[in-house]
Design a protein. Structure first.
Ligand code: EPZ
Length: 418
């Protein structure tokens, strides 16, 4: 098991380049199944969840090769339509391979997906949408078996703007006939990026980024090359690393609009933030004032994936913050670990009441999920003394070599096998 060992109280200073978005790359890899022509995805982060998605493709007969940070995918020889169960159960994104598989081959079989333990994470909206497209789905013994002769078109209304369900239904419709409308769909930038990728290889998706998406079925897609959007959650994590250490960072390949909800909060807390076309500069002096209220919402509201990282900053800000987690029912597992470091946090249902303390102190803490782990790393950067963040593998799911990125701007952090 690997861990991060951090000596805190160092101000970060320097510049970082933001990687491509995990939550855009994962559905784009799934969408590559829609075509038998080769696809190149540029600047692919070699994080665990991406590596697992490539393994799933290869086990079905897909071919994946890397040229530096670019990857070439060739799915012309896919011969299996079952997603390897161990891999499927490891990541959440295995579930949105159903859409492209049934679109291109009319069949798919997948075990119930895994992913971070932040709630029950049902897939009812995915299955309901696929059934409305005419897919026959039999759930048995922990597997989902799908089959369809011809994908129907129609109007799908989502009870909740689920990111994954929107992506699955969009991809299932791309090779259908006629027009499919998805209402009350997710509006995240990653949805827009997936639609842009699909359109770049001959698909016809419009409305992405709004609450209604229209897909006109295409008979065949081509190949192509695509550069995904920057990772807005990594951008936010880097901004918070400067804020919590009183440092100054310049972030390149950063889209400030995608993290505007956080930028607004950090400016209100006293950070100086400048935004350019694809660059964000943040400068923070001394102790920040508290961010009174944070409510996680679907995009463009405050992102649930930055709730835990922001809580670390609130723990050492001046005053009280009330953080409400509206998306996932058990996404406060980082709180007991922050308490070990001296934080003052009380949980009432979906609300965390955070009272800023004068200082956090190094401790041995356990990462229990990806973003909760990032929160503990941020807390370690601010804490007096030495912090050990165990289960670094959780953090590696979404951040590639986070320790090297933070060390390159002055953090005292190393990876260690314990
Ligand atoms: C995606 O998960 C992201 N993962 C998550 O990021 C992110 O937190 C989440 O969207 C919300 O933004 C990927 O894109 C791989 P949802 P997803 O479906 O698609 C309920 C990270 O840290 N729901 O939008 O699983 C669900 O229970 C990860 O990078 C249903 O009820 O999220 C939740 O309450 C964590 N039925 C809400 O919708 C369904 O069929 C949002 O889930 C599907 C979802």
């Amino acid at each position: 098991m690997q861990k991060f060992v951090i000596h805190g109280r160092r101000k970060l200073a320097g510049s970082l380049v933001v990687e491509s978005a995990k939550n855009a790359v994962l559905p784009i890899i799934a969408a590559s199944i829609l075509t038998e022509e080769p696809i190149m995805i540029k600047n692919v982060p070699k994080i665990i969840d991406v590596v697992k998605m490539f393994e799933i493709l290869e086990k079905m007969g897909g071919k994946v090769s890397f040229i530096d940070d670019d990857c070439v995918i060739d799915n012309s020889h896919i011969t299996k339509f079952e997603i390897e169960p161990t891999l499927a159960r490891f990541i959440r994104s295995s579930i949105f391979m159903l859409g492209p598989l049934v679109a291109r081959f009319g069949r798919a079989r997948v075990a119930y997906p895994g992913g971070c333990d932040i709630g029950s994470r049902p897939i009812d909206l995915h299955l309901q949408g696929l059934r409305e497209l005419g897919v026959e789905i039999v759930e048995e013994h922990g597997f989902i078996n799908c089959s369809v002769d011809k994908i129907k078109s129609g109007i799908i209304h989502l009870d909740f703007p689920s990111v994954g369900a929107t992506e699955n239904i969009m991809m299932a419709s791309v090779l259908g006939e006629g027009k499919t409308t998805i209402m009350n769909c997710a509006k995240e930038p990653e949805i827009v990026d997936l639609a842009n990728f699909i359109n770049s290889i001959g698909g016809k998706v419009s409305g992405a980024g709004t609450s209604t998406i229209e897909v006109i079925g295409a008979s065949k897609l081509s190949g192509g090359t695509y550069l995904p959007i920057p990772d807005r959650i990594i951008t936010g994590t880097y901004l918070l690393s400067a804020a919590i250490t009183g440092g100054r960072l310049e972030l390149n390949n950063a889209n400030y609009e995608h993290v505007y909800s956080l930028i607004k909060k950090l400016r209100g807390a006293g950070c100086k933030i400048k935004t350019d076309q694809n660059k964000i500069t943040i400068e923070c002096e001394g102790r920040l004032s508290s961010i009174a209220s944070i409510e996680t919402q679907p995009y463009p509201g405050f992102p649930t994936d930055l709730q835990a990282p922001l809580m670390a900053l609130c723990s050492v800000s001046d005053g009280m913050s009330v953080i409400t987690e509206n998306l996932f029912e058990t996404r406060f597992k980082h709180v007991p670990e922050l308490l070990k470091m001296g934080a003052n946090i009380t949980i009432k249902d979906r609300m965390a009441i955070v009272r800023g303390v004068k200082a956090l102190y190094g401790a041995q803490v356990n990462a229990t999920d990806l973003r909760g782990g990032a929160s503990l790393v941020l807390a370690g950067l601010a804490a007096h003394g030495e912090t050990h963040v165990l289960n670094a593998n959780y953090i590696d799911r979404g951040y590639f070599e986070l320790e090297n990125k933070l060390a390159s701007v002055g953090a005292d952090i190393i990876r260690s096998s314990s």
